[in-house]
Design a protein around this ligand. Structure first.
Ligand code: UN1
Length: 495
């Protein structure tokens, strides 16, 4: 039986308690392995190792730090297929998507590796003569990274790569469901020659490991991706402890379909964005806001398209939609389907937990579309994080934008239209961190800022240059080579 351990100070070690937990394949129920069930003592050891390694790592020139990342990126390319297969076994999404997950990790790794030779600051003129001003990035110290299960490799790279390139040392706490993928990623760093203590892995639950990391006085920053409920608690604790925090939380993303849209294109985008990863993306299209002029045609075609989706094991090339990650997630998703019906919405297609044949062994929910949905219903307001989407009918672009913005989240949105004026109106008035025109709500690329407005986050962005701002702070440097006292704001000669 495969046993997976923590990685602390360059050693693979059991939890200090000796306890373990199991993970099973969500499609088949087969055992994946056993994993270190860590507690706060393990977090203490990992933070101590990261703290001890910080000075040497921050003084390692950034281009050299980048070389290690390049090596990891190369290994990710070589092992893409194996990593993808293991990830499908571990959390269920189909192979094409787990390959995409690894690819996103490769992209982020190379992007941040290249930052080792940039990490630009600024030089500016001084208001005084014989004086030179500039700003440089400084690492924060030990950072705590808490990641979800829906992107077991990509999201860890979004955090680990910018953290390391900026010179921080890391304690990484992955979602317990996807601990094996986390171990695989950390193994690559070991092989690439990352010095001991720079990246530490602590496996276990959010309640114990995540909480201990958040509470630890030597952790300078928490970067968290996960649910709003947990993120709010993390934010409160970090505020209390005076700790930095970067949060990436829920979404209630909408696709707007106008009556002049290319409907075939819109349907492709809806099916992909609502049911890809079984709807378990923070960017998933869980609302479709459709102009009344094309509602019937869109609904009929969507019914046909969704009915044809095949549920199954993600390793089977015939499968379109895999299981959801766990039984508790399955029950949660299904509860929302029941809530939708109680609220008076109508199921166009799907609606059931799937138990035919082999599906009974896993956690499968039928891809589900609701119609007759009012924008204030819970299924149109709350994040479901499963294969369920809600069609809402509107009469105008203004109403569509109002409904789109009328939720507490603001991650991603999309509009399908052939009218450039409508597209730009949406760009101006839709208040989300990410907006697509004539494409679905998913598929963000690693070199643009990723994140959202309102309850989705706390103002920070991941990915792109924005990630560097999370994992570093500015030092402004003034170099006076006049050889005399020059008093800023006082000794200024006006022309
Ligand atoms: C997430 O679901 O938390 O844009 C991340 C996308 C992916 C990332 C999703 N590139 O859907």
């Amino acid at each position: 039986m495969a046993q997976f351990k923590n990685y602390i100070n360059g050693e693979w070690v059991d939890a200090q308690s000796g306890e373990e937990f199991e993970r099973r394949n969500p499609a088949t129920g087969e055992l994946i392995g056993t994993f270190a069930k860590s507690g706060s003592a393990d977090v203490d050891a990992a933070v101590a190792a990261a703290k001890a390694a910080f000075d040497r790592w921050r003084k390692t020139p950034a281009p050299k730090r980048g070389e290690i990342l390049f090596r990891v990126g190369q290994m990710l390319i070589e092992r893409k297929e194996q990593l993808a297969r293991e990830m499908t076994e571990e959390m269920g999404k189909v192979l094409a998507e787990t390959r995409g997950d690894v690819q996103e990790g490769i992209d982020m790794t190379f992007y941040m590796a290249g930052e080792g030779r940039r990490l630009w600051g600024q030089t500016t003129p001084s208001e005084l003569p014989s004086k030179w001003n500039m700003s440089v990035r400084k690492p924060l110290g030990v950072v705590g990274l808490i990641t979800p299960w829906n992107f077991p490799l990509a999201i860890p790279t979004w955090k680990i790569m910018p953290a390391l390139i900026c010179g921080n040392t890391v304690v990484f706490k992955p979602a317990s469901y996807t601990s094996r993928s986390a171990v695989r990623l950390v193994e690559l760093f070991e092989e690439a020659g990352l010095p001991p203590g720079v990246l530490n892995l602590v496996l276990g639950s959010g309640e114990t490991v995540g909480n201990a990391l958040v509470q630890h006085p030597d952790v300078a920053l928490i970067s968290f991706t996960g649910s709003n409920d947990v993120g709010q608690q993390v934010a409160v604790e970090c505020a209390r402890l005076g700790k930095r925090v970067s949060l990436e939380m829920g979404g209630k993303n909408a696709i707007i379909v106008m009556d002049d849209a290319d409907l075939k294109l819109a349907l492709d985008g809806i099916v992909w964005s609502a049911f890809g990863t079984s709807g378990q993306r923070c960017t998933a299209a869980s609302r479709v806001i459709v102009h009344e002029g094309v509602f019937r045609e869109l609904a009929d075609q969507l019914d046909a398209r969704v009915s044809a989706l095949r549920l199954g094991n993600g390793l089977d090339p015939q499968t379109d939609v895999g299981p959801v990650v766990s039984d508790s997630q399955l029950q949660r998703v299904h509860r929302y389907v029941e809530i939708g019906q109680q609220e008076g919405a109508e199921i166009l297609v799907g609606g059931k937990i799937a138990t035919q044949g082999e599906l009974a062994r896993g956690h499968f929910h039928e891809p589900t579309v609701f119609i007759n949905v009012r924008p204030d219903m819970r299924i149109a307001q709350e994040e479901i994080f499963g294969p369920v989407t809600a069609l809402i009918t509107v009469r105008s672009l203004e109403e569509a934008i109002q409904v789109c913005n009328g939720v507490r989240y603001g991650l991603s949105a999309s509009i399908y239209t052939r009218d450039i004026n409508k597209a730009f109106r949406a760009i101006e008035d839709v208040y989300t961190g990410i907006l697509y025109v004539n494409a679905g709500t998913i598929g963000a690329e690693v070199h643009l800022p990723f994140g959202g407005t309102k309850a989705t986050g706390n103002g920070h962005r991941e990915a792109g240059q924005a990630a560097l701002d999370v994992f570093s702070e500015w030092q402004s440097i003034y170099i006076d080579y006049s050889g005399r006292l020059q008093r800023a704001q006082i000794d200024v000669e006006h022309l």
